[in-house]
Each structure stands twice: as structure tokens, then as C-alpha cells.
Design a protein around this ligand. Structure first.
Ligand SMILES: *Cc1c(COP(=O)(O)O)cnc(C)c1O
Length: 408
């Protein structure tokens, strides 16, 4: 593709206007919004207002006057619009890891006579680790089973209490067929939990259209909520009354301010709250959500697919040293492209040094996330130019690029 053709793509991009709503540093091509979304310009001001005008001036009265107490539900309802859920089916709270635990323990109550919690090998580790914690908590009554992704369907039988799957694979970007797997699991009486960490805000998700049971996901990736932003939990309305929350904190109580000695689950999705929400984190996330809700999700998906296709085509033309790990068919992947190289870590450090920020996932994956609200077609072309130059010059072999940092 010629530079003129790429300039045309940017000129005709219906989402082009969103880029200036983000605070992006000069000279950086940011292809890591799948790991930490960029900073919306409105966020700094919004958070400062909550700190100074609400916390500073109104102090504890803000729980009522600024409706801090309503934040988990309010943000949950906004997230619901991005993932095909109804109002009152999503709560914004805690971390994704904690919400995985809540969803798993809820499923165990729906299927009390079953003992296997099933997932796939090679999933993002926290999902598997939270399963292990539950298995230990129950002294082994509940057992974790991890099977290869392609064999999941063959393991859906009457011993399985819950199926936990990540919709978009964090490393390869591969998408599961949510509708088909949900239907297949439910036919065997198995509730399904979808981890949407790499899907929410990246592509259209239709939880209720798939009759999903539970879902969880991150606020700091495609939702641009800031580092460690609150996460979310979706529970289908039909399940709310059947679950006595395992993490039965006071804010999930029916009447938290009755200060009763005994727990009574709150109404609907409220029971999936646990403790006091982090209001500063909620303020930053709400700013990211408000911005994303202005965009058309179909347009986001179309551009994301085009950016990924362009990246793959340019890499294959210019950098034959890499192996494509992500599905080539854009309908079968999320909003990232991963390529493998056995010197991937050093190559990624050399790229970051030249202003192209992606990330590395052991043992050999270079991962690039495409965030249609602020990634331009020319960013993709420029990133591949720089990568090709690094490979042609062998500049990644410089000793400083071999030093491993704590976070990759
Ligand atoms: C990023 C990610 C998480 C993160 O969990 P935290 O509790 O926010 O650290 C969980 N699951 C998947 C699939 C992820 O990609």
C-alpha cells in the first residue's frame, strides 16, 4: 500500500475525530491500548474535580450529594451497553480476578451436585489461579480441569459445574464462538463465564443475544479507565435471586445501613458488590466509558479489523522473520495481532526505544493492540517501517535490550 493510500484511509476514517480526545505523547505510536488504554483528555479534569470539589469540599456528604454510592450501578449500566447486557445486569466493582471468583462461586450454587470447574490451558493465568483457590477452599470437593482449547466441547458433560472461557485470547487474539459454546455448555446444564477483558470496548459483544450466564472484564484495557481501574461483573437477571454471594460484603447487603448482624443479599445485581468502591478509580473509568459510548461499536470493529489486516500484510511483506500467531481471518480475532520470534523480548525493547509501544508475552510473542479510537492507519505503517529497520540493522542485538524488567 502506498503512503497516499494510507493517507486516504485516515482521511476517510469515520472515527478519526476521536484521536484528539486523547492525551497521547508526541513521537509515540501506542499499540498497547489492549493492556493499558490511553488517557482521555477529559479524565484529568474529571478526576481533579472529584478530588477537589467532591472529596475536598463536600467530604462524606458526597456519597449522597454526588451519588458516589450509585457509581458501581451507574458505571455497570454504561458498560452493559457495550456488551449486550440490560441495565441492572452489570456491576462495576473490584478487580477482574475477584470477579472471576464471584462468578465461579455463583455457578457452583447453580449446579450444587457437580464438582468440575472447566477451562482451557494457556488462558490468562489469573483465571486459572482463581479456580485453584476455590478448589483449595473446598478441600478438593471442587476440582479444576484445564483442557486444550480445541477439545472443550468434548468435555462438556454432567460433571461440569462451570465453564470459564476468555472470549479473546490474551496472547493469540483468537476469538471463541460465544454463542455456539454457550449453547453447547447449557445443553449439558453448564453455566458459562465469559472473560471479556480483551473484548469489552474492542468489538461488539452480545451477552444476552448469546443467553450468557456470567461475564467479567477489565476497565483499564479497551475501556480506557486508567491503571488498575475497577473491573465489571455481568450476571444474567435470571440468576440473581439464586445466588448467595460467596464474597458477602456489607455493600452487597439488602440494607447496608441497617447494620444488621446477618447478611441478606441485596436486590438484583447489587448483591455482587462487596466493599466500598474506589471513587477516584470510578471517576476515571466513567470518563473513559462516556467517551467510548459516543463511538459506534460497528465502526470500531470495522476499523480494528482493517488496522489488523494492514499490519499483517505489511509485516508479511517487510519482516519475514516473524511468525503470525493470530488468526489471519479478521472475523476470528479480537483487536490485536501477535507475532512470534525467539528474540521477541529484545526486539520489543528496541521497538519501544524507537517510540513504538507494544508488549511482550513469554516466551516469544510480540503483541500489538489496535485501538480504533486513537490508532491511525499511518501509525500502523510507521510502526512496521520502524520494526523492519530494527530487523534490517540488527539493532535489537544491543546489550541493553536483553535486560528484563519486572513488567513486560
Ligand atoms: C488482563 C486480564 C485479566 C486481569 O485481571 P486483574 O484482576 O485485573 O489483574 C484477567 N483476565 C484476562 C483474560 C485478562 O486478559
Amino acid at each position: 500500500m502506498t503512503p497516499d493510500q494510507i493517507a486516504d484511509l485516515d482521511r476517510n476514517d469515520p472515527l478519526a475525530g476521536f484521536r484528539e480526545r486523547f492525551d497521547l505523547p508526541e513521537g509515540v505510536i501506542y499499540l498497547d491500548g489492549n493492556s493499558l488504554g490511553a488517557l482521555p483528555k477529559a479524565t484529568a479534569e474529571r478526576v481533579a474535580a472529584v478530588v477537589q470539589e467532591q472529596w475536598g469540599a463536600d467530604l462524606i456528604r458526597s456519597w449522597n450529594t454526588h451519588n458516589w454510592i450509585g457509581a458501581p450501578r451507574r458505571l455497570g449500566d454504561k458498560i452493559a451497553r457495550l456488551i449486550g447486557a440490560n441495565p441492572g445486569e452489570v456491576i462495576c466493582a473490584d478487580s477482574t480476578s475477584v470477579n472471576v471468583f464471584k462468578a465461579l462461586s455463583a455457578c457452583l450454587q447453580l449446579t450444587p451436585e457437580r464438582s468440575i470447574i472447566l477451562s482451557e490451558t494457556g488462558n490468562f493465568p489469573t483465571d486459572a489461579y482463581m479456580m485453584e483457590g476455590l478448589a483449595h477452599l473446598t478441600s478438593g470437593r471442587v476440582e479444576q480441569k484445564l483442557v486444550a482449547s480445541e477439545t472443550i466441547a468434548a468435555h462438556l458433560d454432567e460433571t461440569v459445574a462451570a465453564l470459564l472461557l476468555t472470549h479473546t485470547h490474551y496472547k493469540t487474539g483468537r476469538l471463541h464462538d460465544m454463542a455456539a459454546l454457550t449453547a453447547k455448555a447449557q445443553a449439558a446444564g453448564i453455566p458459562v463465564i465469559w472473560d471479556l477483558s480483551h473484548s469489552a470496548g474492542a468489538l461488539p459483544v452480545d451477552l444476552n443475544g448469546c443467553n450468557a450466564d456470567f461475564a467479567v472484564g477489565c476497565g483499564y484495557k479497551y475501556l480506557n479507565g486508567g491503571p488498575g481501574a475497577p473491573a465489571f461483573l455481568f450476571a444474567a437477571a435470571r440468576h440473581h435471586d439464586k445466588v448467595f454471594p460467596a464474597l458477602s460484603g456489607w455493600l452487597g447487603h439488602k440494607a447496608p445501613f441497617a447494620f444488621s448482624d446477618h447478611y441478606e443479599p441485596g436486590t438484583g445485581i447489587d448483591r455482587f458488590q462487596c466493599g466500598t468502591p474506589g471513587i477516584l478509580g470510578m471517576a476515571a473509568l466513567e470518563s473513559g466509558l462516556d467517551l467510548m459510548l459516543e463511538a459506534d461499536m460497528q465502526a470500531i470493529r470495522a476499523k480494528s479489523q482493517a488496522l489488523g489486516d494492514l499490519f499483517i500484510a505489511l509485516i508479511e511483506a517487510r519482516c519475514p522473520q516473524f511468525e503470525l500467531v493470530t488468526p489471519r481471518d479478521c472475523r476470528a480475532r479480537g483487536s490485536q495481532v501477535s507475532i512470534a520470534h525467539d528474540q521477541g523480548y529484545a526486539i520489543m525493547q528496541a521497538l519501544i526505544d524507537r517510540g513504538v509501544i507494544g508488549d511482550f508475552r513469554a516466551p516469544d510473542i510480540l503483541r500489538f493492540g489496535f485501538t480504533p479510537l486513537y490508532t491511525r492507519y499511518r501509525d500502523v505503517a510507521d510502526a512496521v517501517d520502524i520494526l523492519a529497520d530494527i530487523m534490517d540493522q540488527d539493532s535489537w542485538t544491543a546489550p541493553q535490550y536483553a535486560v528484563r524488567a519486572a513488567v513486560t
